[in-house]
Write a protein of this length. Structure first.
Length: 202
């Protein structure tokens, strides 16, 4: 999991704004992609439709009483979990082929189940890191660590949400996506504008 950036470098105010999408939940918790699922979790990071006749299972320590107040849940190692309201609000993105959904089942350690969420499949992946401005490190395995993220202008074309091709765990959304989320008071998302960093010595 990447730590949330906080230090910002100013951007050209006239360029299109992009945001990295983070989760924001009341307590420190993650919903884990279950090993019981027949679909390899990496299949959800390819930008392609995924078919499943069975719900996608997520495991969590407990189901909080306030769970369903959230429209976007903190997920580890799998497709994002989103509410019915999220799906309704962004129904146009489903029609446009930017996102798709599978039914989901959340199972707590005590056996309690919640099946009121969807696994969101992102169907768009774009190459977008501006390597001249960004600060990016690679480990010995070639895995990218993004210390400060800048994106190339208009890299998403007319899309509103996508994964980054260079690091597919990163989800980027447009200014329009953010505005719609705030307008409908969708809960559980945090929008971090490009140029922020947790690193103070860059």
């Amino acid at each position: 999991m990447r730590a949330k950036p906080h230090k910002k470098e100013l951007l050209n105010v006239d360029r299109m704004k992009y945001y990295e999408l983070y989760e924001k939940y009341k307590r420190s918790a993650y919903f884990f992609y279950s090993e019981e699922n027949k679909i390899d979790r990496f299949d959800f990071f390819k930008g392609k439709q995924v078919a499943s006749e069975e719900p996608i299972i997520y495991e969590v320590d407990k189901i909080d009483t306030y769970l369903e107040k959230y429209d976007y849940l903190p997920v580890a190692d799998g497709p994002p979990l989103v509410s019915k309201q999220f799906r309704e609000v962004f129904e146009h993105l489903e029609r446009e082929g930017q996102i798709a959904y599978l039914s989901a089942k959340i199972i707590a350690e005590n056996g309690e189940i919640n099946d009121n969420y969807f696994a969101m499949v992102l169907l768009k992946i774009f190459k977008g890191i501006d390597f001249e401005k960004s600060v990016v490190k690679k480990d010995s395995f070639g895995t990218i660590q993004i210390q400060k993220l800048f994106l190339t202008e208009n890299f998403m074309l007319n899309s509103s949400i996508c994964r980054l091709k260079e690091k597919k765990s990163v989800i980027i959304v447009s200014e329009e996506f953010k505005k719609i989320s705030l307008k409908h008071k969708l809960k559980g998302m945090d929008f971090v504008e490009e140029g922020y960093s947790i690193y103070t010595n860059l």
